[in-house]
Design a protein around this ligand. Structure first.
Ligand code: RIB
Ligand code: CA
Length: 312
């Protein structure tokens, strides 16, 4: 069975790191590269985290630096309690010494890989969509070469940065609008489902007992999230890993197809992902949105995937 070619574009971050640790254990995909973007923390940190994480667990693939600013605004996160100053919470990985960044920036790598994969390339996008939008704008044929975008972002109902905007979309709404309007087939894993995808202390124990570098690192990341929650921060929520599950374990969720776009204006609405669920626009759906999730089934899948990667 041919492995599905993937690139993961991420703003690593604690939950991005969990998604990467799970992806390393997914035999059904060929992870062709990881591209970094400004988001949870500055791009210098998200890129550093991606490179250090791969070397630490012995996973070999190109790691590219990407956009360090959104397309239109000047948004760059300072350190915050959700992901800590460097993006991996309280965890400090050894700095990579045997590997370095690919010479290509994210958009060029995304395009060249899409050309090589002859239309079979799938993207897991789990941070702001800046790199994807740049690739669409710089390389007009890119859109026709991407088979599917699976992304964590948005919400049909609600928000986490504002009442009705989710962080990945809110951080670069112009980029998200460009991707939403591109015509690339998309599956949205938004807050409608991710806010329910909460790991337990038993999951953490099972990962730690597995006793590989990957699973122990995952346990450490989840313990950081648990402590964060006890201090009043976000719970042990697997936003990004759930987007990976949409691609590789789709049956753990239920989806609804909507025509969607991203609100770019409004003091109270910028970054909102609008779903035309009353079909007032009479437009063909462009997004399949996850609306329900079987949380125990997802947690089982995630722990098994992380525990299955044995590294070098
Ligand atoms: O809103 C959650 C998303 O924002 C996740 O991708 C998290 O990593 C942050 O990027
Ligand atoms: Ca992320």
């Amino acid at each position: 069975m041919k492995k599905r070619p993937f690139i993961i574009d991420c703003d690593t971050g604690t939950d991005d790191a969990i998604a990467l640790l799970a992806a390393y254990g997914c035999e059904e995909i060929e992870l062709l590269g990881i591209t970094s973007v400004n988001g949870n923390v500055r791009e210098e940190y998200t890129s550093r985290n991606n490179l250090d994480l791969c070397e630490y667990v012995g996973f070999k693939c190109p790691v590219c630096r990407g956009a360090d600013m959104p397309m239109a605004s000047g948004y760059r996160n300072s350190s915050d309690m959700t992901h800590g100053h460097t993006g991996l919470g309280s965890i400090e990985l050894p700095k990579a010494t045997k590997t370095d960044f690919d010479s290509r920036k994210a958009a060029q790598f995304l395009y060249e890989t899409a050309v090589e994969q002859k239309g079979e390339l799938e993207l897991l996008v789990i941070g702001p969509m800046t790199n994807i939008a740049i690739a669409i704008i710089q390389y007009p044929e890119f859109v026709s070469l991407v088979k599917h975008v699976w992304f964590m972002g948005g919400a049909v109902w609600g928000g986490n940065v504002t009442t009705n905007a989710e962080f990945n979309i809110w951080a670069d709404p112009e980029a998200a609008h460009t991707v939403f309007m591109s015509g690339i087939p998309m599956t949205m894993v938004g807050l409608d489902v991710t806010l329910k995808a909460i790991m337990t202390k038993d999951d953490i124990k099972e990962l730690r007992d597995n006793d590989t570098k990957s699973s122990v690192l995952a346990a450490d990341l989840l313990d950081f999230m648990a402590d964060r929650h006890e201090r009043g921060g976000e719970d042990i929520i697997m936003h990004d890993a759930l987007a990976l599950a949409a691609a590789l374990y789709p049956e753990c969720m239920r989806y609804e197809d909507y025509w969607m776009d991203v609100e770019l204006r409004g003091d109270y609405t910028r970054g909102h992902t609008f779903a035309d669920f009353r079909n007032k626009m009479k437009k063909e759906p462009n997004v399949s949105a996850a609306m329900e999730v079987d949380v125990p089934a997802f947690r089982r899948w995630l722990v098994d995937k992380i525990n299955s990667y044995k590294g070098e």
